[in-house]
Design a protein around this ligand. Structure first.
Ligand code: ATP
Ligand code: MG
Length: 563
């Protein structure tokens, strides 16, 4: 697929200016996930941005786990995040870091701040701290512990580190300004006591640094030049800068904010996605309906289409909800070019061709791709009994219905024209169970009817004797409203789409799909793009519909005319 050429945006402009002015000769970015869940499409945007810019300007991008919260993190998430970055096509090379790698250095920076009189141990309870903090309209009040001596602070901080106190007994706070209009600057906590086991540092630490203290210092330690983050950190930028200035770090990265990616009809919050998993609304983080990278990958999205999508949504500072169709179009575009074509009937209706010899099989040679001869051909068997889609037959056809109906003809794709002579119904239910048809031998391979009559409709089919019975899973939007978070009175799970999954157990695929392999995406003609699901076993194939086709009708007719 031709990837969209990078469009310019304000972050690129800043980088270019910095390179031109000589502020930097080399750029360094990082992707800093917290390993507390699986990554989602929003993270994909951040990965593409950080790794993409580094690639483009021949700089470096680090992968850094922001693992300062020992109780919510796990190695399962760490591994899945590494996998996701690689799958998206990026590599951190040898630069895999963890905030926890810096715990000792961060501790020393904290001691330095105490010594400079820029941090103090506060013994107010959490509730009291909140009360003292003030509001957007009211300034905060100084903590009674604000003027503890450097010696006392050093002693208490060391004892916090040594595990002498229970959780919440004290915190270390930056001494900035309780009257600042920016609440983040009102003596924020920078260390808290957590008597918890950490998945990497074990029981070494009883105190853990807070995000706002850790992140900027980790950036500085790694020599990051441009620290790109989402807009909710805009108000934290003064604190980011304050910490680096007061700690007198050698380098001072620039924090730049951009707006989060939101996608309509889904959610992009690890916490909420976690709830969908925990409450069994989906089968797991990798449920193909999930906007997670593992989910989209299992569904059959390609990494090229996701990268393309991230490029097309662009980078800006305004709140934005991307259309699901933009993502789906990126997927279609990629797959249209690369997916081999196959025939599969999702809702089968039996058709008996009365004038076709009993027991005969013809092996038809069929192109794998209408536009790409390099994708070769395959053999598709034709015989006396075939399946067509139930919806490709109407007993009482509306106007302009070009498919099969009584006494009318239709072309079986790549095979013959047939005419429907008789409709057989279940005597009890009146349901149509079989059609009796005549085929026209002269129409093989797209030839016209001898009588010259034009046949407009072309439908797909599968030989019954040779068909491969498969399960097919069709997906719809996970939520039934564009923004499930909009209604603050109601929980987002109330807006789940009850019809987001449809399972078809009777689908009939052409025999070549018996050798379908997992990472291959196929186009089932007129039905969309499909790939094998990981639930498949050697004798039970399960296919996911990745995405539907856009305008299958027009296209197939065009292609057929070219044959
Ligand atoms: P969540 O709210 O889903 O937990 P998060 O921001 O807490 O997301 P992190 O693991 O902290 O998740 O994020 C890692 C990086 O990905 C951060 O730089 C963050 O800004 C970025 N990121 C997260 N969500 C989005 C999004 N929707 N769009 C763009 N970037 C995002
Ligand atoms: Mg977070």
């Amino acid at each position: 697929m031709t990837e969209t050429t990078p469009s310019t945006h304000f972050i690129r402009n800043i980088i270019e200016d910095d390179l031109k002015s000589g502020k930097h000769t080399h750029i360094a970015t990082r992707f800093p996930p917290e390993p507390n869940g699986y990554l989602h499409v929003g993270h994909a945007k951040s990965i593409c941005l950080n790794f993409g810019l580094a690639q483009e300007y021949r700089g470096q991008c680090n992968l850094r786990f922001d693992d300062t919260n020992p109780t919510t993190e796990s190695t399962e998430y760490v591994e899945s995040i590494k996998d996701a970055v690689h799958w998206l096509g990026f590599d951190w090379e040898e630069r895999l870091y963890h905030a926890s790698d810096y715990f000792q250095q961060l501790y020393e920076y904290a001691v330095f701040l105490i010594k400079q009189g820029k941090a103090y141990v506060c013994s107010l309870t959490q509730d009291e701290i909140r009360e003292y903090r003030g509001t957007l309209k009211q300034p905060g009040k100084d903590s009674p512990y604000r003027n503890r001596s450097v010696e006392e602070n050093l002693d208490l901080f060391e004892r916090m580190k040594n595990g002498e106190f229970p959780d919440g007994k004290h915190v270390l706070r930056a001494k900035i300004d309780m009257a600042s209009p920016n609440i983040n600057m009102r003596d924020p906590a920078i260390y808290r006591i957590r008597n918890a086991h950490h998945h990497r540092t074990g029981d070494d630490w009883r105190i853990y640094p807070m995000y706002d203290f850790t992140h900027c210092l980790s950036d500085a330690i790694e020599g990051i030049t441009h620290s790109l983050c989402t807009l909710e950190f805009e108000d934290h930028r003064p604190l980011y800068d304050w910490v680096l200035d007061e700690c007198k770090t050698e380098s001072h990265p620039q924090q730049i904010e951009f707006s989060r990616l939101n996608l309509k009809y889904t959610i992009t919050s690890k916490r909420k996605l976690n709830r969908l998993v925990e409450e069994n609304h989906v089968t797991g983080w990798n449920d193909p309906r999930m906007p997670t990278i593992v989910g989209m990958r299992r569904r059959g999205y390609t990494s090229a289409s996701l990268r393309n999508f991230c490029e097309r949504v662009g980078i800006s500072k305004s709140e934005y909800f991307a259309e699901m169709t933009l993502l789906e179009d990126c997927v279609r575009e990629d797959l249209d070019a690369t997916a081999p074509r196959r025939m599969c009937v999702l809702h089968p209706l039996k058709v008996v061709i009365t004038n076709y010899p009993e027991g005969k099989t013809e092996d038809l040679t069929v192109k794998n791709h209408p536009k790409d001869p390099e994708m070769g051909t395959r053999s598709v068997p034709f015989s006396k009994v075939v399946y067509i889609e139930q919806e490709d037959f109407r007993e009482d056809p509306p106007k302009k219905y070009h498919r099969l109906s009584p006494n009318r003809e239709v072309r079986l794709r790549n095979a013959y024209v047939i005419r429907c002579d008789e409709v057989i119904k279940d005597p009890d239910t009146q349901e149509i169970v079989e059609l009796r048809c005549t085929y026209f031998p002269e129409t093989k391979g797209g030839q016209p009817l001898a009588e010259g009559k034009k046949v407009k409709g072309i439908i797909h089919w599968v030989s019954a004797e040779h068909a491969n019975s498969i399960e097919v899973r069709l997906y719809d939007r996970l939520f039934s409203v564009p923004n499930p978070n909009e209604d603050k009175e109601r929980d987002f799970t109330e807006f789940l789409n009850p019809n987001s999954l449809e399972v078809l157990t009777e689908a009939k695929a052409e025999p070549s799909l018996k050798t379908a392999s997992p990472e291959v995406r196929y186009q089932f003609e007129r039905q969309g793009y499909f790939t094998l699901d990981s639930d498949s076993t050697p004798d039970h194939f399960v296919f996911n519909r990745i995405v539907t086709l856009r305008d299958s009708w027009a296209k197939i007719e065009q292609d057929q005319q070219k044959l």
